[in-house]
Design a protein around this ligand. Structure first.
Ligand SMILES: [Cu+2]
Length: 486
C-alpha cells in the first residue's frame, strides 16, 4: 500500500519523471502530487550522486560479439541477459542488469544485406524483451511491450539488415519497465556496415569507436538509484559506463558514434580548444554530405556520428568533450599514427522523396503531459496495447506533424517511430537543423514546437509503436501504436 509520502513523490513530474503508477491515483491525490513534482522540476539536484573526480578512469570500448555460428546467408549470435556486479565507479562494484552481464552490452557489427538471428536468454527473475532501435524488422522481432521473454526462457529474434548502414542500438522495451531496465544497463550497440562504406575510407577498425552516453545516480554504496521522479539527481555522466573517463587517442582522424541512452537528459556536446566535429551520420546512417558542427545536440535515443581530427594535435594534448552540464570525456593524445582515412565531400545520397499528391499533412500527433490526471498523452490518450491508434498502408508515404503542447511547463519531448527511418521536412516552417538532413528515427520536439516529418513505410505488416523516448514519459503513457496493413 502506498503511503501519502510515497504518493507525493511517486506522483511527481520532475525533469522527465512521470510515473505510470500515477495513473492509478484518484484525482484529488494526483493533483497535489503533480504540483509537487512540477516544483521539483525547478529544484536543483541534491548532489547526492556519488561521482569521482573527472578523468580518473579510462573509457572502455564495448567488446564485439562473435557469432556462435555462420551459415551461407545468416549469422547466429547468443546473448544472455543477466544481473551482474561490474566496476563503474573506481574500486566499487555496482549491480547492473545487462546483456552479457555488462552495463554496456557487447556490440554487434553486422553487414548490410546479411541476415542475423540473435538468441536471447533471459537469466533475470523478471520478463524482458529486446527492441532493435532504428531497425527495419518484422513485428514479431521488434520487441513489442507485451511480447516478452519469461525468466529462464530463450527467444530468437531475426534482423534482416536490409537497410543502409547505420548506428543502431538494442534495448529492453518491457511494458511499464523499459525506463528502469534501460537505466540499469539493458542496452548495447548494433552497427550495420553499409555496402557503400569501405570505398569512402572513413576512419575504421580501432579508429571507429562507439560511445554510449548516459547519466546515473549512484548511492553512497555505489548502487544505482532508480526512481522515476529522481531525474534531477542523475548527475553522474557516463561514457561507455564509466564516469567522465579519459580515452587515449593517436594524432589522427577518428570516427565516433555518439549515442544518448539516458532516460531524460538531452546532451549538448562540444569540444574545447575550438575544435570542431564533422558530422557524417545521424540515426539512419550517413548524411548526404559532411556537416561541420560546433555543437551536437542529442536527445534520448538519438545518434550522431562525428569525425574528429586529432592530426594537428601535439603529443600530450588533451581535448575535452563537454556537455552543458560538465565534461563528459577527455581525449588524451598519446601517440602519432599514420592516417590514410578521409571524409569525402559526398557520403550517401538520400533516396528521392516520393512525390506526394497534395503535400498536405496526413497525421497530427500531439504530445502533452496532463498535470491534473498525472498522465502523459499522445493525442490525448495514454497507451493501450488493445487499441490501434492509426492504420497505415504498407509502402505508403505520409507526412506527420508532431506538436509538443507542453509550453506551460516548458517540457521537451521527442518522438521515436519503430520500423522506419523518416525525413525531417521542417521545424515550425523553418528548415531542419544542421545534421538533420539525413534519415532519422527519433526527433527532438521542444516545448511549443511543431516538426513535420515524411515517412515511407516498407513491406512489413503488423503493430509497431511510436512514443516519446524520454522513457519515464513512455512509461507514463506517451506511447501509441500504428498497424501497417496491406
Ligand atoms: Cu516526453
Amino acid at each position: 500500500m502506498l503511503n501519502r509520502r510515497r504518493l507525493l513523490t511517486a506522483g511527481g513530474l520532475t525533469l522527465g519523471g512521470l510515473v505510470g503508477g500515477t495513473l492509478l491515483l484518484p484525482r484529488q491525490e494526483a493533483a497535489p502530487a503533480m504540483a509537487e513534482g512540477h516544483r521539483r522540476m525547478h529544484m536543483t539536484p541534491s548532489g547526492t550522486s556519488r561521482s569521482p573526480a573527472p578523468f580518473r578512469v579510462r573509457m572502455p570500448v564495448p567488446r564485439v560479439l562473435s557469432p556462435v555460428s555462420s551459415h551461407r546467408d545468416v549469422d547466429v549470435y547468443h546473448q544472455d541477459i543477466r544481473a551482474s556486479r561490474v566496476e563503474m565507479l573506481p574500486g566499487v562494484r555496482t549491480e547492473v542488469l545487462g546483456y552479457g552481464g555488462a552495463f554496456v552490452g557487447p556490440t554487434l557489427r553486422v553487414r548490410q544485406g546479411r541476415r542475423v538471428v540473435v538468441r536471447y536468454r533471459n537469466g533475470l527473475d523478471r520478463a524482458v524483451n529486446t527492441h532493435l532501435h532504428g531497425g527495419h524488422v518484422a513485428a514479431d522481432s521488434d520487441g513489442y511491450p507485451m511480447d516478452l521473454i519469461e525468466p529462464g526462457r530463450t527467444r530468437y529474434y531475426e534482423y534482416p539488415n536490409g537497410q543502409p548502414g547505420a548506428t543502431l542500438w538494442y534495448h529492453d522495451h518491457t511494458h511499464h519497465m523499459e525506463a528502469e531496465h534501460v537505466y540499469r544497463g539493458m542496452h548495447g550497440f548494433y552497427l550495420i556496415e553499409g555496402g557503400d562504406e569501405k570505398r569512402l575510407r572513413l576512419p575504421a577498425r580501432d579508429y571507429d569507436v562507439p560511445i554510449m552516453l548516459t547519466d546515473a545516480h549512484f548511492a553512497a554504496d555505489g548502487s544505482l538509484v532508480y526512481a522515476p521522479e529522481d531525474t534531477p539527481n542523475r548527475t553522474t555522466l557516463l561514457a561507455n559506463g564509466r564516469p567522465q573517463p579519459y580515452f587515449p587517442v593517436s594524432a589522427r582522424r577518428y570516427r565516433f558514434r555518439l549515442l544518448n541512452v539516458s532516460n531524460f537528459r538531452t546532451f549538448h556536446l562540444s569540444l574545447d580548444h575550438d575544435m570542431t566535429m564533422v558530422q557524417i551520420a545521424s540515426d539512419g546512417g550517413l548524411l548526404p554530405a559532411p556537416v561541420r558542427r560546433e555543437s551536437v545536440v542529442l536527445s534520448p535515443g538519438e545518434r550522431a556520428e562525428v569525425v574528429v581530427d586529432f592530426g594537428p594535435c601535439k603529443l600530450g594534448d588533451r581535448v575535452v568533450l563537454n556537455d552543458v552540464s560538465g565534461p563528459v570525456l577527455r581525449f588524451d593524445v598519446v601517440a602519432k599514427a599514420a592516417d590514410d582515412s578521409r571524409v569525402p565531400d559526398v557520403l550517401r545520397p538520400l533516396p528521392p522523396l516520393p512525390a506526394l499528391g497534395s503535400g498536405k499533412t496526413d497525421r497530427e500527433i500531439t504530445l502533452k503531459v496532463d498535470m491534473v490526471r498525472g498522465a502523459a498523452y499522445i493525442n490525448d490518450r495514454v497507451f493501450d496495447p488493445n487499441r490501434v491508434d492509426i492504420r497505415v498502408r504498407r509502402r505508403s508515404t505520409e507526412i506527420w506533424r508532431i506538436t509538443n503542447l507542453d509550453t506551460d511547463i516548458a517540457l521537451d519531448h521527442n518522438l521515436h517511430l519503430h520500423l522506419v527511418q523518416f525525413r525531417i521536412l521542417d521545424r515550425d516552417g523553418a528548415p531542419p537543423l544542421p545534421g538533420e538532413s539525413g534519415l532519422k528515427d527519433t526527433v527532438l520536439v521542444p516545448a511549443g514546437a511543431s516538426v513535420r516529418i515524411q515517412v515511407t513505410f516498407g513491406d512489413f505488416l503488423g503493430r509497431y509503436l511510436y512514443h516519446c523516448h524520454m522513457l519515464e514519459h513512455s512509461v507514463g503513457g506517451m506511447m501509441a501504436q500504428m498497424e501497417i496493413v496491406p
